[in-house]
Design a protein around this ligand. Structure first.
Ligand code: GDP
Length: 693
C-alpha cells in the first residue's frame, strides 16, 4: 500500500475483547483477508502474526500495543494492538488514546464478560465509536440475541444489529445483511457473494430490518422523518444514518461470525469502513501551550502546526529503539527537527516506518491522522508530545497507575548481573507500569508491576530476550497509608546557637481526600507570614515526608495539605529550614490524623462449572474475599469478587486443583482499601522488623 491514501480513507482502529473471546483470531483473519498474510496462522498453533513475542505465543495472550497497517478496498486501516489481559489495562488505556474507532469482539456463548465491561467503560470515557462483533457463533450454546441483550443491559449501550445469523452452533452458515437485505453464506470458499434471502427467513429479516430502522430513527432526526412518513429508505441513506449515529456514539452496529472458521470477517471490514470515523471526522485534539498555560486545539488538518503523541516505545531487535506515534495535525518529514514539549527537548525525526504485519515500509513524511513508528528519537517516552518548536503544545499525558506488587530479584551469576541492568532499563522504558530500583541497604533489585502475571512475564522476557537468569523472591504487596481525620499541626525547625542559624516555622492543615485523589498541596497563606520563595520548599518537604508514612513506612496517598500560616527570620530563614519545617509539620499531622494502612484489592472473576461452585466460593471467603455478584452463564457460574492482593498469590494453582482444571479466572487491580486493624498491626510489625525501604 502506498502512503498516498487520502485521510478520508484512513481508519485507526483497535480490536478490543475479553481474553479468549477471539481478538487474536479476528486480527489474524483481518490481516489474511487484507492480503498481508498468505497463510492463515492459528493462535492455537502459535503462529498468529501479531503475537510476535515468544511468551505471548505460549500464553496465548497479546501484551504489546504495536500498530500494523493494512488495506481494504482502497482504505488504509491502522490496527493498534490492544492487550487482551487486564493485568495490562494501562496498555488498553494508552491504545485507546490514539484510536478513532474500535471493534469489540464478544464470545457468542459468554456474551459480555468482565474485561469487555472494563474496556467498554474506558472507551466510553474517550468517546470512541465502536462496532460489536459477536464471535464464535459456531460454538455449542452460541446465542446471538442473548449477547445483544447483554450488550444493552450490562454495557448500557444501544446495540444495533445490522446482521442476523443464519443458524447457530454446528448449523451456523452465514448472516443476513439487514442493510442490503441480502444473505451472505460462508459455507464455500473465501469469496462471499450476496444471495437473495431464503424464503423461510424473509419474514424474520423484514421484522429485524424494521427494528434497525426504528433504532436509528430514535436517535437520528433525518431517519425519523423518513420512518414516520413511510419513505422508502435507500441503502446509501441508511448506511449514512448508521454512520452518523455510530460516530456520534449513539449506537453500536452489531455483526456476527466465527473468525476461526473464516466466517464473517470481510463484512466486518466493510463495517469498519462504513461506520467508523476517519481521522478527519473526530474532534480536534486539545492541549496546553506550555508558554502561556492556555488550552489550545489542533484540528485534524495538514495545514495546522505539527502535533503528535508517542504511545509506545519498544526495543526492536533489528532497528533499535522504536517509538510509535500518532500524528494529530500538520506534516513532518524525515530528518526534520521536532520538539518534545513534554520534556522540553529538541529531537530529530529519523526514519519513518509504517509497520505491516510482515514488513516495514519507509515513508518520506507523515501527516495528520496517521500512525507510524520512528527510529532515532532519544528523549521521547510513552505519553510524550512531539510538536513544532515554534508552535508548542503539550497534549494530555497518558495516566499510568502506580504498581501494586513487587518482588526482589537476584541475578544468578556475575554475568547475569551485568546483563540485568541493561535489560531492566529497556523494559522500564517500554512499559510505564513497570518499575525497577536497586535497594542499597539490602543490595537487592526490586521490580514492581500491576500483578503477579505482569511480573512473571517480565522475568520470562529477561530470561528469553536478554538471557538473564535470576532468583525471584516472594511477591510483596505495595501497601499505602492515609489519614482519616482532618487536623492542624505546626512544623518548627529552629537552630539558633551561634553563627548563622536555621529558622522555619509552618502551620499545616491536612485532610483526607476520596480514594484515588493522590496528593494535593494548597498555599493558603494570607499576607506575608512567610516569603513566597519559601513555599515550594515547604511543599517539597511535605512531599518527601509523605513517601514514608508514620504507621509502617509506606507512601501516603489521598491527602490534601494546606500551608496556612508560619513565621520566618530575616537572616536565619532558608529554603532548607522551610523544607525541614514542612516535613516535621506533616509528620505531626499524620500522627494526629488517625493514620490507617491501605492495601490493593483485586477484582477477580472466576467462572466454574456448577459442581465446584461451593468449593470456589469457600476458597474466596478464606482469602478475605467479598463476593460482588454471582451470575449464570450457560452451565457455568461466574463469581465476581474483591480479594485483597495479599491473599491472591498462587490463586491459579489452587483454583486449578479444586476444580480439576475446569474453572478459569481473570484478575485486575481495582482499588485501595483499609487493612483490618488486626492485620495492619502484623504488617506494621513486619516492616519495623525489616530493613527500612
Ligand atoms: P484472544 O485471547 O481474545 O486473543 O482470543 P484468541 O483469538 O486467542 O482465541 C481464543 C480461543 O478461541 C482460541 O482457542 C481460538 O482458536 C478460539 N476461537 C477464536 N475464534 C473462534 C471461533 O470463531 N469459533 C470457535 N469455536 N473458537 C474460536
Amino acid at each position: 500500500m502506498s502512503s498516498s491514501v487520502p485521510n478520508e480513507r484512513v481508519r485507526n482502529i483497535g480490536i478490543i475483547a475479553h481474553i479468549d473471546a477471539g481478538k487474536t483470531t479476528v486480527t489474524e483473519r483481518i490481516l489474511y483477508y487484507t492480503g498481508i498474510t498468505y497463510k492463515i496462522g492459528e493462535v492455537d498453533a502459535g503462529t498468529a502474526v501479531m503475537d510476535w513475542m515468544a511468551q505471548e505465543r505460549e500464553r496465548g495472550i497479546t501484551i504489546t500495543a504495536a500498530a500494523t497497517t493494512t488495506s481494504w478496498k482502497d482504505y488504509a486501516i491502522n490496527i493498534v494492538d490492544t492487550p487482551g489481559h487486564v493485568d495490562f489495562t494501562v496498555e488498553v488505556e494508552r491504545s485507546l488514546r490514539v484510536l478513532d474507532g474500535g471493534v469489540v469482539v464478544f464470545d457468542a456463548v459468554a456474551g459480555v464478560q468482565s474485561q469487555s465491561e472494563t474496556v467498554w467503560r474506558q472507551a466510553d470515557r474517550y468517546h470512541i465509536p465502536r462496532v460489536g462483533f459477536i464471535n464464535k457463533m459456531d460454538r455449542v450454546g452460541a446465542d446471538f440475541w442473548n449477547a445483544v441483550g447483554m450488550i444493552r443491559e450490562r454495557l448500557n449501550a444501544r446495540p444495533l444489529p445490522v446482521q442476523i445469523p443464519i443458524g447457530a452452533e454446528d448449523g451456523f452458515e452465514g448472516v443476513i445483511d439487514l442493510v442490503e437485505m441480502t444473505a451472505l453464506s460462508f459455507t464455500g470458499d473465501d469469496e462471499v457473494t450476496p444471495q437473495p434471502i431464503p424464503d423461510h427467513l424473509l419474514e424474520e429479516a423484514k421484522k429485524r430490518r424494521d427494528g434497525l430502522l426504528e433504532g436509528i430513527a430514535e436517535v437520528d432526526d433525518q431517519m425519523l422523518i423518513s420512518y414516520v412518513e413511510h419513505h422508502e429508505v435507500t441503502v446509501a441513506e441508511l448506511k449514512k444514518a448508521i454512520r452518523r449515529a455510530t460516530i456520534a456514539g449513539l449506537v453500536n452496529p452489531i455483526l456476527c461470525g466465527a473468525a476461526l472458521r473464516n466466517k464473517g470477517v470481510p463484512p466486518l471490514l466493510d463495517a469498519v469502513i462504513d461506520y467508523l470515523p476517519s481521522p478527519f471526522e473526530v474532534p480536534a485534539v486539545h492541549g496546553m501551550n506550555p508558554k502561556t498555560g492556555e488550552t489550545e486545539a489542533r484540528e485534524p488538518s495538514e495545514d495546522e502546526p505539527f502535533s503528535a503523541l508517542a504511545f509506545k516505545v519498544v526495543a526492536d531487535p533489528y532497528v533499535g529503539r522504536l517509538v510509535y506515534f500518532r500524528v494529530y495535525s500538520g506534516v513532518a518529514k524525515q530528518g526534520q527537527g521536532l520538539y518534545n514539549s513534554t520534556r522540553g527537548q529538541r529531537e530529530r525525526l529519523g526514519r519513518i516506518l509504517r509497520m505491516h504485519a510482515n514488513r516495514r515500509e519507509d515513508l518520506d513524511s507523515i501527516s495528520a491522522g496517521q500512525i507510524a513508528a520512528t527510529v532515532g528519537l532519544k528523549h521521547t517516552f510513552t505519553g510524550d508530545t512531539l510538536c513544532d518548536e515554534s508552535k508548542q503544545i503539550v497534549l494530555e499525558a497518558i495516566k499510568f497507575p502506580e504498581p501494586v506488587i513487587s518482588v526482589a530479584i537476584e541475578p544468578k551469576t556475575k554475568d547475569d548481573q551485568e546483563r540485568m541492568g541493561d535489560c531492566l532499563t529497556r523494559l522500564v522504558e517500554e512499559d510505564p507500569t513497570f518499575k525497577a530500583r536497586y535497594d542499597k541497604e539490602t543490595g537487592q533489585t526490586i521490580i514492581s508491576g500491576m500483578g503477579e502475571l505482569h511480573l512473571e512475564i517480565i522475568v520470562d522476557r529477561m530470561m528469553r530476550e536478554f538471557n538473564v537468569e535470576a532468583h525471584v523472591g516472594r511477591p510483596e504487596v505495595a501497601y499505602k497509608e492515609t489519614i482519616r481525620q482532618a487536623n492542624k499541626a505546626e512544623g518548627r525547625f529552629v537552630r539558633q546557637t551561634g553563627g548563622r542559624g536555621q529558622f522555619g516555622v509552618v502551620e499545616l492543615e491536612a485532610e483526607p481526600l476520596p480514594p484515588g485523589s493522590g496528593f494535593v498541596f494548597e498555599n493558603k497563606l494570607i499576607g506575608g507570614a512567610i516569603p513566597k520563595e519559601y513555599v515550594p520548599a515547604v511543599e517539597q518537604g511535605v512531599r518527601e515526608a509523605l513517601d514514608t508514612g508514620v504507621l509502617a513506612g509506606y507512601p501516603v496517598i489521598d491527602i490534601k495539605v494546606a500551608l496556612v500560616d508560619g513565621s520566618y527570620h530575616p537572616v536565619d530563614s532558608s529554603e532548607m529550614a522551610f523544607k525541614m519545617a514542612g516535613s516535621l509539620g506533616i509528620q505531626e499531622c499524620m500522627k494526629k490524623g488517625k493514620p490507617v494502612l491501605l492495601e490493593p484489592i483485586m477484582k477477580v472473576e472466576a467462572a466454574t462449572p456448577d459442581e465446584f461452585f461451593g468449593d470456589v466460593l469457600s476458597d474466596i471467603s478464606s482469602r478475605r474475599g467479598q463476593v460482588v455478584e454471582v451470575d449464570h452463564r450457560g452451565h457455568l457460574r461466574v463469581i465476581t469478587a474483591h480479594i485483597p492482593l495479599a491473599e491472591t498469590f498462587g490463586y491459579a494453582t489452587v483454583l486449578r486443583s479444586i476444580t480439576q482444571g475446569r474453572a478459569s479466572y481473570t484478575m485486575e487491580f481495582d482499588h485501595y482499601q483499609e487493612v483490618p486493624a488486626s492485620l495492619a498491626d502484623q504488617v506494621a510489625g513486619r516492616m519495623q522488623g525489616a530493613v527500612r525501604r
